[in-house]
Structure formats: structure tokens, C-alpha cells
Design a protein around this ligand. Structure first.
Ligand SMILES: Cc1cc2nc3c(=O)[nH]c(=O)nc-3n(C[C@H](O)[C@H](O)[C@H](O)COP(=O)(O)OP(=O)(O)OC[C@H]3O[C@@H](n4cnc5c(N)ncnc54)[C@H](O)[C@@H]3O)c2cc1C
Length: 370
């Protein structure tokens, strides 16, 4: 590859820019195993949609897994599928749609992110309130270890890899659980006061058909709907919602476009703190006091405040509030390079022990998380 053609491999969606010496694009798992055997240091990359710099190389060679993307086995009766992990989520969903099945975790990057990227970041979708995280839907994975050997990891060992952002091994195959596709309808509610929002969320959580509760902060709602209010987008897995079929799809697409729109307006830095929904008023007041636009998966307490170059120095202050509320510095995007400085020393120790156990020579994703 020429130097210029390496450039797309030196970034991800975090906007961090790195450097890579070379890119490997193996076409099958055997080729990937050989590359692992022959190299001491590898940056693992899939869809490159990560928002924490997890796939941004720090000078080492890059291993792009995106061509390893076959469907290996499908069992309609058991509702399971085995895939190679470079498969893009929407391609998997298109295959499953013909059987009225789907993979229920749905991050907004669904058209480009891969199953491997989702497992390794343990991605959360907008239906997390009902379906949880990616790891909840994984039965087993095949991992390539630093010696280039394949090891099967069942549920009990899954969390040594899921959420570890590629620092412990390369996930090359996964057996996934599936669900039946549902009729989905929606509703959008505008509310003046944040306490009313929290009250509404408590009510909605009692309804079993509710599969999504998304929040738009006031400034975002004003921009999109010319209303100076909070907006709650609710999804029902039944015909209960007033907004149906195409109109509801339009509403969901509009929700997915909020992030890119804020980026265009200069709010390019995206964070993803998570706090208990009931305690989120403190965080929301802080965003509003500092004029920080935000949206998020309120049903599970994940917020997406958007910072700009002018106010990014406020991020450490936000992290302090999140920790004070016993929240998490990252609810879904991971630590990568961007959030390393905010990891608690006790968590760091645990992560370091795991890294030493599974990748003692620091072959995979050096400089990430730790
Ligand atoms: C517009 C947009 C919306 C998003 N919305 C959401 C959302 O709603 N919820 C959410 O959770 N995230 C979201 N994200 C973040 C991102 O899309 C997810 O984290 C996604 O799962 C990353 O997948 P990827 O294939 O792009 O992985 P990459 O970005 O290529 O990699 C991410 C990390 O996983 C590692 N990795 C990738 N594949 C493997 C593998 N096979 N084995 C081991 N390690 C691997 C990489 O080294 C890196 O550390 C969004 C991103 C964008 C740009």
C-alpha cells in the first residue's frame, strides 16, 4: 500500500489521528493467524466507527478484519447464527430479515460497524432498556491468541474479551442469539421540566412493550422541532404508539442524524457518561449551565453531551461529577486512547492483570486502555 492510502487507517470516528507502518487485510482466518504469528505488535481494526480511538494505530502495523465477514452457520429453529466477526451489522440484519429474525442490539452506527467491533466494545444500542448490551446476545466466540492459535470461549470467559476493546485477543467468530422481528410504533413527548421527564420515564419503564426511551436536550429539540422543551422518543414493540411504519422510521433516522448534525455545527467532541437515570438531574443541570447540547439513551442513563474546541477543557469537570454520582466515564464507546486518563487506579490494576494473563507480550492494541 502507498503511504497516502494508509491515511484512512490512521483515524477512526473519534477524530484522533495516528500513524501506521503497514496494513494487513487478511481474506480468511488462516491468513489472519499467520499475520499474528509473524508480528510482535498489531493495531486491530474493523469498521473504524469507534469513538474513543480504539482502532487508531500508534505507529504499529494495522490488522483490518473487515474482509473476514462470512455467515458460517444459521439455525432457524434455535434462532442462532455463527458469523465471522468482520460482518457489518446491517448486512447481518438484511440476511436475517428474510426469516423475520434480527440481532436486537442496534447502535446508531449500524450501517458500518461490525459484529466484532460491537462485541469488543460491548456496544449498547438504543433498545438497551429491553435488550441490554451486545454480550447478552453472544453464546460463544472464537479468539485468536497472541500465538496465532484459535481458542473457543464460552459464556464464562466472554467478558475477558467483550468490552476489552481488542487488548486481550482477536475475536474472529461468534455465535449469536436472535429474536423475532417485531411490529414497532413510536411516540414523541415534549416536556418543559426535567422532573416531569424523570417521572414519565419511571411510568414508561413499567410498560413491558417499551423498548426505547431516548432523550433530546432542550437546545437540540429547539434546533430540530422549534420547541424549547425536552423531547422523549419512545418505541413500543406493539401498535400502542401513534407514529407508525414509515413515519416512525423517519423519526428514528432523524434521531440517528442528531450526532452528525451537531458535529457540523462545531460540537465535534462526543462523550458518553452513564449515571443512574434517577440521579441524572445533576448532570443535566450542569450541561445546561455550561451550554452543552446533549441527547442520550435516557432509559439506561447514557448521555451524549457534545463539546466543541472552545469548551473541551470542561470534560474533566464533567467526569468528576459523573464519578461523584457513582456513574461510569463511558457508558458505551469504551476507553480506547481518549479516556485513559479518567480510568480509576483500582480498575487499571484489574485491567493490567487481565492483559498480562492473556497478552503478556503486549501484542494486541498496545497503548489502548492502559
Ligand atoms: C455515528 C455513530 C453512532 C454510534 N452509535 C453508537 C451506539 O449507539 N452505541 C454504541 O455502543 N456505540 C456507538 N458508536 C460507536 C461504535 O460504532 C461502536 O463502538 C462499534 O461497535 C464499533 O464497531 P467497529 O466495527 O466500527 O469497530 P472499530 O471502531 O474498528 O474498533 C473498535 C474497537 O474494537 C476493537 N476491535 C474491533 N474488531 C475487533 C475484533 N474482531 N476483535 C478484537 N477487537 C476488535 C478495535 O481494536 C477497537 O479497539 C457509534 C459511532 C458512530 C460513528
Amino acid at each position: 500500500m502507498k503511504k497516502d492510502s494508509l491515511k484512512p487507517y490512521e483515524i477512526d470516528a473519534s477524530q484522533l489521528v495516528g500513524k501506521t507502518a503497514k496494513v494487513f487485510l487478511p481474506k480468511n482466518i488462516k491468513e489472519l493467524q499467520e499475520i499474528v504469528k509473524q508480528n510482535n505488535s498489531l493495531n486491530i481494526r474493523a469498521g473504524g466507527t469507534g469513538l474513543a480511538g480504539g482502532a487508531v494505530p500508534q505507529g504499529e502495523k494495522t490488522l483490518d478484519i473487515s474482509k473476514i465477514d462470512k455467515i458460517v452457520d444459521f439455525n432457524n429453529d434455535k434462532k442462532t447464527i455463527v458469523v465471522e466477526t468482520g460482518i457489518i451489522l446491517d448486512d447481518l440484519q438484511d440476511f436475517l430479515a428474510q426469516y423475520n429474525l434480527e440481532f436486537p442490539i442496534n447502535p446508531s452506527s449500524h450501517s458500518i460497524c461490525t459484529i466484532g467491533g460491537m462485541i469488543s466494545t460491548n456496544a449498547v444500542g438504543n433498545r438497551a432498556i429491553k435488550y441490554g448490551r451486545t454480550s447478552d446476545w453472544v453464546l460463544w466466540i472464537d479468539v485468536v491468541n497472541p500465538d496465532g492459535k484459535i481458542e473457543r470461549k464460552n459464556k464464562t470467559e466472554l467478558m475477558d474479551f467483550s468490552g476489552m476493546e481488542g487488548i486481550t485477543g482477536i475475536i474472529v467468530r461468534a455465535c449469536l442469539k436472535l429474536t423475532q422481528t417485531k411490529e414497532r410504533t413510536g411516540e414523541i413527548i415534549y416536556l418543559e421540566d426535567y422532573n416531569e421527564v424523570l417521572k414519565k420515564v419511571r411510568e414508561l419503564k413499567r410498560i413491558s412493550e417499551v423498548s426505547m426511551i431516548e432523550l433530546l436536550g432542550k437546545s437540540v429539540t429547539k434546533d430540530l422541532f422549534s420547541k424549547d422543551k425536552y423531547a422523549l422518543t419512545i418505541e413500543f414493540e406493539s401498535d400502542q404508539g401513534k407514529i407508525k411504519q414509515k413515519e416512525f422510521k423517519k423519526l428514528l433516522n432523524m434521531r440517528d442524524s442528531v450526532g452528525p448534525k451537531l458535529s457540523q455545527e462545531g460540537h465535534t467532541i462526543l462523550e458518553d457518561p452513564r449515571v443512574m437515570t434517577d440521579k441524572s438531574d445533576t448532570l443535566v443541570s450542569w450541561f445546561e449551565k455550561n451550554n452543552i447540547p446533549f441527547f442520550g439513551h435516557l432509559g439506561v442513563g447514557i448521555f451524549h453531551p457534545r463539546f466543541s474546541k472552545d469548551n473541551e477543557d470542561k470534560i474533566p469537570e464533567m467526569m468528576k461529577i459523573v464519578k461523584k454520582l457513582n456513574g461510569q466515564i463511558t457508558g458505551e464507546h469504551g476507553i480506547g486512547i481518549l479516556k485513559k486518563e479518567f480510568v480509576d487506579p483500582s480498575d487499571k490494576k484489574l485491567l493490567l492483570n487481565m492483559k498480562k494473563r492473556l497478552d503478556p507480550l503486549n501484542k494486541f492494541n498496545p497503548g489502548k486502555i492502559l
